[in-house]
Design a protein around this ligand. Structure first.
Ligand code: TXA
Ligand code: MG
Length: 313
């Protein structure tokens, strides 16, 4: 896999994507593993590279909100949420227009498609240069920790994809919040706190984030898993565990010494990658994580941690 760097790397990455190749690229949430969403064979390579079960539909990325209406129909809530939060870490699941040209493998045959306009300027430059919708799941092996740095992508997918566009560390660090609007159902907690969506909608969200449900098949109970098992209860510390701290709990490394949830979200996946490397180096068999308050971004952080800690299949 080649590492491309901006500004020159953007045109090269776009050229590769237009030629049906797989290119990982940074968004403000996590690195995506991109393919031309109109090219079924290119999309098929995503599933092969990730080792992902083929029934999981993918998110389609666009450079501007205006381009969404060519692919989907948008009701009043969809329009209001797009106006408020695009570009940004919100994915909307919307009715696909017949003949939109999105490969059926992207939607796994559903009559809806998940759309997102990322906020990272590098992602938008790339999407504009490609000139086609880009399907991209998170750029990690299926079931493993998401990538928030180009090095994470290289560690996980080297030899399986064509290139990574290196834009440094992702700002938000958690995947986008996924919502089906009109009427609104929250399908995945993520980088946009639910409270901010509720402020626009004017009513409390219904949640359908049950692990393993068909509505958001990527929401498997075990996911984001490092090599070493993860434990969230630190009331009985064991000497053979790496501790990820938060706030007053210092740990071997910390998500945020100040107890700041935005900082914790941005550092979560990198901390899991680092804790895993530390566990390997020390011969430790477990990763313990300090408690995180369950509000705002803390809800999405806890969702990812519960999946990292869930029994493995
Ligand atoms: O921040 C993000 O969302 C990142 C960046 C790269 O954009 N992408 C990401 O993709 O997290 P992925 O594939 O790891 O997760 C996509 C989620 C899965 O849970 C999938 O099942 C759900 O989106 N999804 C996609 N299309 C859907 C649809 N039509 N209906 C319901 N859920 C859908
Ligand atoms: Mg993922």
């Amino acid at each position: 896999m080649i590492r491309l760097t901006p500004p020159d790397g953007v045109a090269a990455a776009a050229e590769l994507l237009r030629a049906g190749k797989l290119v990982a690229f940074p968004t403000e949430t996590v690195y995506g593993l991109g393919a031309d969403a109109t090219d079924g064979q290119a999309v098929a390579k995503i599933y092969a590279a990730k080792g992902r079960p083929s029934f999981n539909p993918l998110i389609v990325h666009l450079p501007d909100a205006e381009e969404a209406e060519a692919l989907v129909t948008m009701g009043p809530e969809a329009r209001a949420l797009a106006a408020a939060f695009w570009p940004g870490p919100l994915t909307l699941v919307l009715p696909l227009r017949p003949g939109a040209g999105v490969a059926s493998l992207v939607t796994a045959g559903l009559d809806t498609v998940a759309l997102r306009v990322p906020a990272a300027p590098l992602a938008r430059d790339l999407l504009r240069a490609v000139g086609r919708p880009v399907a991209a799941p998170s750029a990690n092996l299926s079931g493993r920790i998401s990538a928030t740095r180009a090095d994470h992508v290289i560690d996980g997918l080297s030899g399986r994809i064509d290139a990574v566009l290196d834009g440094g560390a992702c700002d938000v660090g958690l995947e986008s919040t996924i919502l089906r609007p009109d009427p609104a159902v929250l399908l995945r907690e993520g980088g946009l706190p639910a409270e901010r969506i509720e402020a626009i909608l004017g009513y409390p969200l219904t949640r359908d984030v049950t692990p393993g449900r068909v509505q958001a098949p990527g929401q498997l109970a075990s996911h984001y898993a490092p090599g070493a098992p993860v434990r969230l209860d630190i009331s009985h510390r064991a000497p053979d565990a790496v501790l990820i701290g938060f706030g007053p709990v210092a740990g071997d490394l910390s998500l945020s010494p100040d107890g700041d949830l935005t900082e914790a979200a941005a550092s979560l996946f990198d901390a899991l990658h680092r804790a895993d490397a530390l566990a390997r180096a020390r011969g430790h068999h477990r990763i313990d994580v300090a408690p995180i308050p369950d509000r705002g971004l803390g809800r999405a952080i806890n969702d990812r941690l519960r999946r990292a800690a869930a029994p493995r299949p």
